[in-house]
Design a protein. Structure first.
Length: 444
């Protein structure tokens, strides 16, 4: 509450209108200029591609939360048939993943140039290369976290040097770092794309980098070689991903830029620990990172986790109420002074002094490992902030969101909220972006 008041006061002094809820301190609200309308259209147009690679499990989930769990079964039966596609690897026997991909994007089976649904921790996540002739784009889309293997990839959070990768793929990686788990996945995908030359053949680009042989026979090379590729000359190359997939997409786009300098990247709800400070700033040239509300993952980094731990221990040290009263404050408003001591009023007791010592020890041990390499979200950050809630009925509320550019400095704190997880779900991100685009773009 104190932080919210400070933000509102700062915005008032600058003569900026103060929305009621979630605007960040550095927020630059979007006016309805031609440039911002085009940016909104660009972000909205690729949400189906972002959702599509999540497959049939997300389709079932989306119907379940609407209390219509059996509707998804009928949808699965009506999905486009996709049997016999040589360009698809590791789908199930019913080809549900591929069929769902087609259903989300309204593409035909011939527009799936290659798709792999293999999922191995620290090595492979599902991805697809699509030709969208309506948007004049070749789209690479990568799935976010949906399995235990993905979670293991997520927790490989240690910064990984990009020096060797930069020399290999033609970018400046000296003194730059990336999330290790995301890097390992992106590196293998980059090797496969160089070996099968799918993007080069589609876009008419002569390969400048020699392909390294993979340890095993790559199924993508045979699948691509045997398939007929459409003519995509003059198309844009757009790299898309959500969450984990957004991190992989960001690093992959960096590796591809030497051969595809005009590519674009959309990293939806990307974690806050993908690139080091300098590289995150450089990546603003080609990466846009939209996120919604109080998305926990977008604020997630080693530094934000340390701050959250320190704040939690400090609240425990300052607590003046019983556990029952604290739990009661979740659903009943209570004065902060009834729950916490002020900093100068904390009683001098052995238990509280022990917590103080623990905070100091943990702070020193953390600095020795990761704090020397601060990590951030990639690219330019677009925050869809909730600015109004309208109650339509007893059980239904409509939330209105507003887009704004924000700075990296506003992403250092994890915001505890009942919506911190829901705001990250890909279907909700797509819903809010489409809803906002409908209000923002004339004649949408």
């Amino acid at each position: 509450w104190e932080k919210t008041q400070a933000i509102q006061e700062k915005r008032k002094t600058k003569g900026i209108a103060v929305p009621k809820f979630e605007m960040k301190t550095s927020a630059q609200s979007w006016e309805k200029t031609e440039e911002n309308i085009e940016m909104m259209r660009y972000i909205q147009q690729y949400t189906p591609h972002m959702l599509s690679v999540y497959g049939w499990k997300l389709l079932v989930y989306m119907d379940t939360i609407e209390l219509r769990p059996f509707r998804s079964m009928a949808k699965l039966l009506r999905l486009p048939m996709s049997s016999g596609l040589q360009s698809v690897q590791s789908d199930n026997c019913c080809r549900c993943e591929t069929s769902t991909l087609l259903a989300h994007t309204d593409l035909s089976s011939g527009d799936i140039l290659y798709a792999s649904f293999a999922n191995v921790e620290g090595e492979a996540v599902p991805y697809a290369v699509l030709a969208d002739h309506n948007l004049k784009s070749v789209v690479f889309t990568c799935r976010g976290s949906l399995s235990l293997q993905d979670i293991i990839t997520d927790i490989l959070i240690e910064p990984h040097s990009l020096a060797a990768s930069g020399r290999k793929w033609g970018f400046d990686g000296e003194k730059h770092y990336a999330h290790k788990g995301f890097f390992l996945v992106a590196e293998l995908i980059r090797k496969r794309l160089q070996q099968n030359q799918l993007l080069h053949r589609l876009l008419g680009v002569y390969p400048k980098i020699e392909a390294d042989p993979l340890e095993e026979t790559d199924p993508s090379t045979k699948a691509v070689a045997e398939g007929d590729l459409p003519d995509c000359s003059g198309y844009d190359l757009v790299i898309v991903g959500h969450s984990l997939g957004g991190g992989v997409a960001s690093i992959l786009s960096l590796m591809l830029r030497s051969e595809f300098p005009n590519l674009k990247c959309l990293a939806y709800s990307v974690p806050g620990c993908v690139f080091d400070t300098a590289l995150a700033e450089k990546s603003k040239d080609w990466i846009i990172s939209p996120f919604v509300g109080k998305d926990m993952v977008a604020h997630l980094s080693w530094e934000s986790l340390l701050r959250m731990r320190a704040r939690t221990l400090d609240m425990l040290r300052r607590s003046r109420a019983s556990k029952g009263e604290i739990y009661e404050s979740v659903y009943r408003k209570k004065k902060l002074s009834n729950l916490l001591y002020d900093a100068h009023e904390i009683p001098d007791t052995p238990a509280r002094n022990e917590i103080t010592n623990q905070i100091q020890e943990l702070s020193m041990s953390a600095k020795a490992k990761f704090e020397r390499i601060p990590m951030h979200n990639p690219g330019r950050l677009v925050h869809f902030a909730k600015v109004k809630t309208t109650k339509q009925s007893r059980f239904k509320r409509v939330r209105t969101y507003s887009p704004s550019w924000i700075d990296q400095d506003d992403m250092h704190e994890l915001e505890i909220s009942t919506r911190m997880l829901l705001d990250h779900f890909p279907n909700y991100v797509a819903f809010i972006i489409n809803q906002t685009a409908h209000e923002f773009i004339p004649e949408f």
